[in-house]
Design a protein around this ligand. Structure first.
Ligand code: F6R
Length: 244
């Protein structure tokens, strides 16, 4: 049963998820976090930075694994998700760099890189709290809708709409967004101890309604979250759309 929390606006969504991270790290300082990039978590990371500066959250023993990365981009490329995380969170908090994990977009052997990532997650004891966003098409991570989904981390082809929504990272040019990425699989996400999906804005409302109320189907990757025993959707009023 998916828990649903509907809050007033995107600031309230960010605050609720930031508090959840703070509570987890207060009770389990060496927790393993799964983290998203994108527009939705920008405010979450701003709040975590502020909480850290005010001494309200300590990341020194935490471990992180990000959901995905563009294929073909080295970590220091300005459009990479690694650069995004450095800018919005990593550079500002006291995470141990050795415990920050990322799929390496510049890997020469992507399949091997994905296997390495799955092994690293297992070695860390699994992800305690996985935070995800959702694409307007229902993707989670870069698990795009289709006839089939991958369970484990894998090489993924991006839909044109997904490339368009990442254009801001590439000077506004969708054509400059890589066509492929490396991503945790749906199984990787579902193996987390707890999952929080955050969504804001009216463009997400149709996907949210289908992910929660429709059948579990590879055409709506986020619908697989219905199968998890501890999942919460934290939504603003617009993303909640017509949900009651
Ligand atoms: C990003 C990711 C994606 C985004 C999704 C929503 O790491 O895995 O699934 O969460 O595309 O992106 P925004 O937040 O930009 O709407």
């Amino acid at each position: 049963m998916v828990k649903v929390r509907i809050l007033g606006d995107e600031g309230a969504v960010a605050q609720a998820v930031a508090r959840r991270v703070q509570r987890l790290l207060a009770s389990a300082p060496s927790a393993v976090l799964g983290l998203p990039t994108g527009r939705t978590p920008v405010e979450l990371y701003a709040r975590l930075r502020r909480a850290h500066a005010a001494g309200r959250v300590d990341f020194s023993r935490a471990t992180t694994f990000n959901l995905d990365e563009f294929l073909g981009l080295p970590p220091d490329h300005p459009g990479s998700y690694r650069s995004f995380m450095d800018e919005h969170l990593f550079r500002h908090v006291n995470l141990n760099p050795r415990r920050i994990h990322f799929l390496h977009g510049g890997a020469v052997d992507p399949d091997r890189e994905c296997a390495r990532y799955e092994a690293a997650i297992r070695r860390a004891g699994g992800i305690d709290l996985q935070i995800v966003g959702i694409g307007a098409n229902g993707h989670i991570g870069f698990n795009e809708p289709g006839a089939a989904l991958s369970a484990d981390s894998h090489r993924a082809r991006l839909e044109p709409g997904t490339r368009r929504s990442n254009a801001a990272l590439f000077g506004g040019r969708a054509s400059a967004v890589p066509r492929e990425a490396l991503s945790m699989g749906v199984g990787t996400i579902l193996r987390a101890g707890a999952i929080v999906l955050m969504a804001t804005g009216a463009s997400k409302a149709p996907a949210i309604a289908t992910a929660l109320g429709g059948p579990v189907t590879t055409r709506m990757p986020a619908s697989f979250l219905q199968l998890h025993h501890d999942v919460e959707f934290v939504l603003d009023r617009e993303a909640a759309g017509t949900l009651r």
